[in-house]
Design a protein around this ligand. Structure first.
Ligand code: PLP
Length: 392
């Protein structure tokens, strides 16, 4: 378990989370628990494969071959019971670049695209950047639980002649792993109105017991045909800096259009080390991932139990998946900018600002729990102490 208990300093590695935090929070005392990467070393098999590749010393243009596709096919089949064909895969440096390319190649300017909010901030910008019309379907928040407003989803699609739906499953930041029933209802509405589903499943492998991730495209052939899914091993195995991901779609026409758009931007090569890491992670990272999930589950329970029992002002939303926990801080009775300042200056903790996930995130913050328990304990202590001082 040492990979998950030892604290490895990330300072001085050009880490966004640790090195950029000082600039962002204007203090070197802030404990960074923001941005979605982990303070854990990647699986040994990945590091070994990279070392071997680095030792070769030649880093010329690299071509992904069928072996990498085979490792993706087995991973999706073994972990998610989804049988895909090798030809359905298109590589991409990242899920965000994929979303940009998909929107540009499969919609027209001023087309409407729907998202479910609050949601990962780039979901807004990928739509606005290309002058598409942003349509939002606010998630229902009741009794500290999130669910989908299907009536509003269908009405908004109908009223705005929506062409595309970008789904976040599991959902960042609210931590929901959408059920088969929920996914089925969403896809039925999309099929009824001819809406293309783009499913961001980057957090698919980070699921807590007893929940199960279901790729929406796996529900039926018809849904598969009108869905494009974005996956990546980078969240799962902490490889974000290596930039390797892929898109899966069974519809050849859509696949060709998206691929042509990547080519048009000059993006037809992948990072040599990213490919090496992806293959090693999928072929040999399963055990590491199982251990990771035990660690994350323990961290999630620790954060939830301590904050929910020692404060009334902050409610920890139960996460079914992801290592990102959504905190409802509204009972602190602070304005949103006071809340941000409270976390930064009083608690001295670097969290993601809930307001960046949409207007529904006012009064909320997001904490990243993918760190050794000692770091998580320190973060929780800081938050609880600051709340107690605030009461006094
Ligand atoms: C839902 C979601 N999609 C995409 C990304 C980023 O993907 P990438 O680094 O592959 O562009 C993140 C990172 O936090 C995310 O949470």
């Amino acid at each position: 378990m040492s990979r998950f208990t030892e604290i490895t300093s990330r300072k001085g590695t050009r880490s966004v989370k640790w090195d950029y935090a000082e600039e962002l929070y204007k203090s070197d005392e802030v404990l960074p628990m923001w941005v979605a990467d982990m303070d854990f070393q990647a699986p040994e098999a990945v590091v070994e494969a990279l070392e071997k590749r680095v030792k070769h010393g030649i880093f010329g243009y690299t071509m992904p071959d069928d072996l990498i596709k085979e490792s993706i096919v087995s991973w999706l089949s073994n972990r998610h019971q989804w049988a895909i064909e090798k030809d359905w895969i298109t590589y991409s440096p990242g899920v965000i670049p994929s979303l940009h390319m998909i929107i540009q190649s499969l919609t027209e300017p001023s087309d409407s695209i729907i998202i479910q909010t609050p949601v990962y901030p780039p979901f807004y910008s990928v739509i606005k950047d290309h002058e598409r019309k942003l349509v939002t379907n606010t998630l229902i928040y009741e009794n500290e639980e999130y669910s989908i407003n299907f009536t509003d989803f269908e009405n908004k699609i109908r009223e705005n002649n929506v062409k595309m739906f970008i789904l976040c499953n599991p959902h960042n930041p609210v931590g929901r792993v959408w059920t088969k029933e929920e996914l089925r209802k969403l896809s039925e509405i999309c099929l009824r109105h001819n809406v293309l589903i783009v499913s961001d499943e980057i957090h698919a492998d980070l699921i807590f017991k007893p929940y199960t991730h279901i790729p929406i495209a796996s529900l039926s052939d018809e849904i598969n045909h009108s869905t494009i899914t974005c996956f990546s091993p980078t969240k799962t195995f902490n490889l974000a800096g290596l930039q390797a991901s892929y898109i899966v779609t069974s519809d050849e026409e859509k696949r060709k259009k998206v691929k042509a758009h990547f080519d048009k931007q000059g993006m037809f090569m992948l990072n040599t080390l990213g490919l090496t890491a992806m293959e090693a992670a999928y072929n040999h990272g399963g055990e590491w991932l199982d251990e990771l999930m035990e660690t994350l589950e323990r961290n999630r329970d620790y954060v939830t139990e301590r904050i929910n029992s020692e404060t009334e002002e902050i409610r920890v939303i139960h996460a079914e998946g992801t290592y990102l926990i959504w905190l409802d801080c509204r009972k602190l009775n602070l304005t949103h900018s006071e809340l941000k300042s409270f976390m930064q200056k009083e608690a001295k903790i670097g969290l993601n600002d809930g307001g960046t996930f949409g207007e529904e995130g006012q009064g909320f913050m997001r904490i990243n729990i993918a760190a050794p328990l000692k770091t998580v304990q320190e973060g929780v202590d800081r938050i609880i102490q600051a709340v107690k001082n605030h009461r006094g």
